[in-house]
Ligand binder design. Structure first.
Ligand code: BGC
Length: 250
């Protein structure tokens, strides 16, 4: 019988969930997406999560991503989400809404990292790897031979006087209407700083913008290899399902 799991990815605009084939990392059936409630308070979001799980008729363990630092199953930051998440016991929250099942909550980029290391670009499995997700913010996952060091938050590192994610996220490219050339110049400055501090063997870039890598990857000029992630927007859901299945609660 196929091993299955269930992952939920909580994002700024949508909350998405799907049943995951744990042997292949593919979805089984449809991905369910419901718009993120406004304001996206913990209670409102947890109600949507419960609705997705109910719609999928899933009664097993559930892994959930959050764009926040999660330590000891407490959310500790809220850069691009409602500030009321800070200090929330996310295990208690989702347990109350999804009752009587195993639940694991982890950072969204960390989820993408563990999924990529298992099912995505083979480069993610070897050596000291930094995976970055470029979306509303910049998320990061540090991996050593595929094993995660959680909650690294490189998007908030100061580069040229500003937070990296305020310079070079995909959302900033959009809101400031930057050309590929201008945006990649900023990304390059961010990657150079990360390279200087951490000397990874490779950078893997995920998030929606990795789909258009032919536009910007040739313009990146750093010494370290930079490669696109392969799982793209599947990564969060798959990583969440893996985290709960493998008991990887940060
Ligand atoms: C948050 C991270 C998150 C990233 C991507 C950042 O603003 O601080 O926790 O991983 O955005 O969503």
């Amino acid at each position: 019988m196929t091993q299955t799991g269930f992952g939920i990815d909580i994002g700024g605009s949508g909350i998405k969930g799907a049943v995951v084939d744990m042997e292949t990392g593919e979805f089984i059936g449809e991905r369910i997406k419901i718009a993120t409630p406004k304001p996206a308070t913990p209670e409102a979001v947890a109600e949507v999560v419960a609705e997705i799980v109910a719609q999928a008729e899933w009664d097993g363990p559930v892994g959930i991503t959050l764009p926040s630092v999660v330590r000891g199953q407490i959310a500790l930051s809220a850069a691009n989400i409602d500030k009321s998440w800070i200090g929330t016991d996310v295990h208690e929250l989702f347990d109350r809404h999804l009752g009587g099942r195993e639940i694991t909550v982890l950072n969204d980029a960390d989820a993408a990292g563990i999924a990529e290391a298992t099912f995505g670009n083979p480069a993610a499995r070897e050596g000291a790897v930094i995976l970055l997700t470029l979306g509303t913010g910049i998320g990061s996952a540090f991996l050593i031979d595929g094993v995660l060091f959680p909650n690294t938050e490189l998007g908030h590192l100061i580069v040229d006087g500003d937070e990296a994610e305020h310079l070079a996220s995909a959302a900033v490219k959009e809101s400031e209407d930057l050309s590929w050339k201008k945006w990649t110049k900023r990304l390059n400055a961010v990657l150079e700083e990360y390279e200087k501090l951490f000397s990874p063997s490779v950078f893997i870039i995920g998030g929606g913008i990795s789909r258009k890598h032919e536009k910007w990857l040739p313009l990146v000029e750093i010494d370290t290899d930079v490669v696109p992630a392969e799982l793209r927007n599947r990564a969060g859901i798959v990583g969440a399902a893996m985290a709960v299945a493998k008991h990887l609660a940060p």
